[in-house]
Ligand binder design. Structure first.
Ligand SMILES: Cc1cc2nc3c(=O)[nH]c(=O)nc-3n(C[C@H](O)[C@H](O)[C@H](O)COP(=O)(O)O)c2cc1C
Length: 182
């Protein structure tokens, strides 16, 4: 079993994937684990919508409508399974930005778990992500917004490793500034 550190360092986004996809049951196991992220007041302010087969064509049409295009978008057909990540705001003292942070955390952890399980994943968005036609196609409620889609499929046999380097943590970690002398 790989450690969390190893899994994170190994993870790569896969822009091209094959037609294989995790089953619904396989997905449920991973979503359940991803739902363990820190969550202020345990509001569970998120949900995932699976788009398979012709669902993707409905998204393709909604994107075209949002962007004023005549032809359906070809984007959603890039993977056999799209997981729409939804932030579902709950009525709470916990502000919406905190709830969105939880939904985003679930998506990141789910991406990692899918990658570790051998699936190719790519988180995509676009100018259409918050468009009305796209929300309608997903059946979103009035207190829901999309954070994008995890495009999921099989990892192609020969994949070029991503060029993105591990960050230099020294550039991202600092101490609090000292108070200014008056
Ligand atoms: C919320 C979110 C939305 C993203 N949307 C896109 C996108 O629409 N197009 C794109 O090329 N990359 C997008 N990315 C970045 C890729 O998913 C990916 O992280 C990036 O290509 C770097 O690859 P790596 O994850 O292997 O380092 C998005 C990432 C996040 C977190």
């Amino acid at each position: 079993m790989t450690s969390a550190l190893e899994a994170v360092l190994e993870r790569r986004s896969m822009s091209k994937v094959t037609d294989e996809a995790p089953t619904h049951d396989e997905l449920l196991t991973l979503v359940s684990a991803a739902g363990r992220v820190a969550d202020h007041s345990s509001l569970r302010p998120w949900r995932i919508i699976e788009l398979r087969g012709d669902d993707r064509l409905r998204l393709a049409k909604a994107i075209a409508k949002a962007e004023g295009d005549k032809k359906p978008s070809s984007k959603p057909l890039r993977a056999p399974l799209l997981l729409a990540v939804v932030a579902s705001y709950r009525k709470s003292k916990v502000p919406e930005w905190e709830q969105e942070a939880v939904a985003s955390g679930v998506a990141h952890v789910l991406s990692l778990l899918l990658d570790e399980a051998g699936w190719g994943v790519f988180w995509r968005t676009g100018s259409h992500t918050r468009a009305k036609a796209v929300a309608k196609a997903h059946g979103l409620g009035k207190d829901e917004v999309l954070l994008g889609w995890l495009y999921v499929g099989g990892k192609p046999p020969r994949t070029r490793p991503s060029r993105r380097r591990t960050v230099d943590a020294r550039h991202h970690v600092s101490r609090m500034p000292k108070p200014k002398k008056v």
